[in-house]
Design a protein around this ligand. Sequence first.
Ligand code: PMP
Length: 415
Amino acid sequence: MTSRFQVVEQGPPIEVFQKNKLFIDDSFQNKVNLTIGAYRDENGKPWVLPVVRKVEKQMAADETLLHEYLPVLGLDQFSNASVSMLLGEDNPVIASGRAFGVQVLSGTGGLRVGAEFLRRHLNYNTFYYSQPTWENHHLVFVRAGFENPRTYRYWNAKTRTIDFDGMVEDLRAAPENSVVLLHACAHNPTGIDPTHEQWEKIADVCEERKLFPFFDSAYQGFASGDLDRDAWAVRYFVQRGFELVCAQSYAKNFGLYNERVGNLAVVVADAALAPAMKSQLTWVVRAGYSNPPAHGARIVATVLSDKQLFDQWREHIKMMSSRVIQMREALRAELIKLGTPGTWDHIVKQIGLFSYTGLTPRQVQHLIEQYHIYLLNSGRINICGLNPGNVRYVAEAIHDAVVKFPGDDEVYAKL
Ligand code: PMP
């Protein structure tokens, strides 16, 4: 039978979900999953934060909680607490009404709502994202209507550090009113953030060129274990007087991946403009999904507004971030012990969930085919996929891949 849908061509797979599925379907006993960006405990298992379980139990017993629609812009208690967490509760822009939040569908939803708002109401049409970046940034902005996607240099593959001069040069050449996507902390995928001095320079360029900073904060507290430290860059820009937006995700720091809990924080120069902006954001959300889900936002709002629960949560994020740091050290130590060609200091210098290992696509293929170790073609690994039981196995496999299929670095070293 003929179908009108014959015109639909097969779309490409999403690499991270495809590799995750290959891992799940693999029957090899010692398989290792270093793909998807989610926390795993030291037994390789997903972890529900105990404070989340506790609040969920309270919620289950609370018969005053209903399943009525939330307002289009979500729970005020949640978005206010989120803005305070991001900017610091005594930030003067909060008291003066110059900052507000909108509950959105996790980090991705915040990026999308923010991009659509800027495209539609400010007529911004050019956006800059780091090369490389989280693979969804480009798609979200283009689908939100931005017609001119551009990249700024960020990574120097040879030195495995930030290409700061390249970044500044590219941003200097940006047209006025370009939106610049900046990772608030724990840059994905490289794990390398600008230093404070470098952030100051980035702010200078944004000011000179009249660029609009759009922060993506997917890892606050999860990166260093310290909520304030991970919010430094955003707070610095606010203190410099920038108007900005920031997409906040609670997927990683609360382990609420599938609950889609996020906030779009907005800082505006004049508090009197907030009501009109909120009214238009209401229409952006209305057209997209009408209103957000309540469950995850209630959990986060409860924890952020109760001193005891908040302290407990802070212990959890410290614990998660220190396990990541320990595993970075363990992997580097094993590679050094094995005498694996190349330098591996970057593994411990990078922060957050990921390491951009520098492994080549050929080496990645070898790890998957010979060792059942799954990672992205870019060489990005999720450090949480490592644990005391598999880190030696992974290091030996990397050693074998690097020796069998030397990358540029190893070739240079022999010349
Ligand atoms: N931004 C970055 C940089 C991320 O790494 C992620 C998660 N992988 C997100 C945004 C958004 O994730 P989510 O929509 O699940 O909150």
